[in-house]
Write a protein that binds this ligand. Structure first.
Ligand code: SF4
Length: 183
């Protein structure tokens, strides 16, 4: 099911982002993952490789996962949009809407117990269009039997090193919540 969705994404021309991409980035990870990380969209490195979170933000995410004892291979990592916006601008509402069916399909196929939206666009798309990261980061929200824990996007901590301690703290909370939730 996940591979069928990925194939569809690679051929997709539903929104204008198809025109500028080198590769669509469907997402990757364990087909039986209990935990799903959902970021904003592919950047330059991801567009080049067709894989999610392989640039500098991905390196930081890998470090956080490693420190948490959560191997990347055991989780599923995706984005709310699957093609790179020009210049890494924020995804537009119509692009998020056009791509939503793929993300919903991935969530349905995986049926994860915990979803971790990374950053504002993913959090607003998945939880609340008015959510402010300063208020919701590191807090758990239960919805339809899934535990949502929004945290800052690793890229935000790279742009603003002052956010890094909050991200590290959020990750610790996330791991504690996961351990509790998956018991
Ligand atoms: S961003 Fe999503 S909807 Fe737009 S072309 Fe890529 S896969 Fe299709």
């Amino acid at each position: 099911m996940l591979e069928a969705i990925a194939e569809e994404i690679r051929r997709c021309t539903r929104c204008a982002l198809a025109q500028g991409r080198m590769n669509a980035v469907p997402g990757e990870g364990a087909a039986d993952a209990d935990i799903m990380f959902i970021g904003e969209g592919p950047g330059a490195a991801e567009d080049k490789q067709g894989r999610p979170f392989v640039g500098p933000a991905g390196k930081l995410l890998d470090e956080l996962l490693q420190d948490a004892g959560l191997p990347r291979e055991q989780v599923f990592i995706a984005n709310i949009i699957k093609c790179r916006p020009p210049g890494n601008r924020d995804p537009r509402p119509e692009e998020i809407r056009a791509c939503r069916e793929y993300l919903d399909g991935q969530i349905a196929a995986l049926n994860p117990q915990v979803i971790c939206p990374l950053g504002r666009p993913a959090t607003q798309t998945l939880l609340d269009p008015k959510a402010a990261m300063g208020k919701v980061h590191g807090r758990p929200f239960e919805r339809d039997g899934i535990l949502y824990v929004p945290i800052y996007h690793p890229a935000a901590a790279l742009h603003n090193p002052g956010l890094r301690p909050a991200l590290v703290e959020d990750f610790k909370k996330l791991i504690a919540l996961i351990e509790h939730h998956l018991q």
